[in-house]
Write a protein that binds this ligand. Structure first.
Ligand code: FAD
Length: 281
């Protein structure tokens, strides 16, 4: 099936766009998480979102979720790891499944984490963002895992099941599940190798010989997610209509730049939805 629109991101920007597109009966695939936005959820008090006086982030997220449910919008709980432009449509890879859509909206929030040294160069050459997709390539082999999202713990466990040795760094106190695994105290700093990544250096100077490295973060830099996407630093370059340099691909919310605010994200999501409707004709 080819969807009309694929939306990546379940924060306020993605939701605002999804609501408008749904009202116009578009077939949408909406990637993100059932909790919608971590960032909104973490805000203690929000005082500047019109119509909802002094609300906790958790309550606002719950209201967003209720509105999505009412409109029969159900997020696909999957992490998008790669996007490609196929000319008249886009290919979106999420949790090892491929989806196609005529138009695309990136509403991924900010990718706070700066990539580690060598990460971009080695991506696809022994460095992966998706254990479910690429884990089987490292059956019985040695890999290093860098994980900053507790929700991806199951991915580490999966790698521990199938790999020979797994070096694990997390920022949330992970307990190894296999005797042959090793939890690292120091984060990964630099990845290197020739045709394939074969070395991971830690901040404490230790060098690990590896066959592969899995980087499991909640957000992936837009230019890595969608190679060729024009960015300005960490932000996606957009026009007043939220268009990116790829025809049919739009972006909205924190991923397009400051100010990082819910009202701005919602506004841009709405503008993008209208531009997408015009694009789809
Ligand atoms: C502590 C805190 C307090 C704040 N207080 C306020 C405030 O008082 N007022 C205010 O206006 N703003 C506030 N903000 C900012 C506000 O939360 C953000 O501006 C807003 O959430 C941005 O919305 P967004 O939709 O662009 O991105 P986000 O809300 O970050 O949502 C992005 C979504 O995309 C998903 N995603 C990202 N990459 C992928 C991928 N590859 N595959 C699938 N899904 C993906 C994420 O999981 C997330 O669900 C606060 C933020 C924080 C952290």
């Amino acid at each position: 099936m080819i969807y009309d629109v694929a939306i990546v991101g379940t924060g306020p920007a993605g939701l605002a766009a999804a609501l408008t597109l749904k009202l116009h009966n578009k077939e949408i695939i909406w990637f993100g998480s059932a909790e919608l936005s971590d960032k909104v959820g973490k805000s203690e008090k929000i005082a500047n979102y019109p119509g909802v006086p002094m609300v906790s982030g958790a309550d606002l997220n719950a209201a967003f979720a209720a509105q999505a449910k009412e409109m029969e919008l159900e997020p696909k709980n999957a992490r998008v790891t790669n996007i490609a432009d196929l000319g008249d449509k886009f290919m979106v890879l999420a949790d090892n499944e491929m989806y196609e859509a005529r138009a695309l909206l990136l509403a991924t929030g900010t990718a706070a984490a700066k990539g580690m040294e060598g990460e971009a160069e080695m991506l696809g050459r022994g460095v992966s963002y998706c254990a479910t997709c690429d884990g089987f390539l490292y059956k019985g082999k040695t890999v290093a895992v860098y994980c900053t999202d507790e929700r991806m713990e199951h991915d580490i466990k999966y790698l521990e099941e199938i790999c020979g040795k797994v070096y694990i760094y997390t920022n949330f106190g992970y307990e190894q599940a296999s005797e042959s695994s090793e939890v690292l105290a120091s984060p990964l700093k630099k990845l290197s190798g020739g045709l394939k990544c074969d070395s991971a250096e830690l901040f404490d100077g230790t060098k690990l010989d590896v066959d592969g490295v899995f980087i499991l973060r909640p957000a992936i830099a837009p230019s890595t997610l969608f190679p060729g996407l024009e960015t300005d630093g960490a932000h996606i370059k957009v026009s007043r209509n939220q268009e990116t340099n790829y025809k049919g691909c739009f972006a909205a919310g924190d991923c397009t730049g400051r100010p990082y605010q819910i009202a701005k994200a919602v506004g841009e999501g709405n503008v993008a939805a209208h531009a997408i409707l015009e694009y789809l004709g």
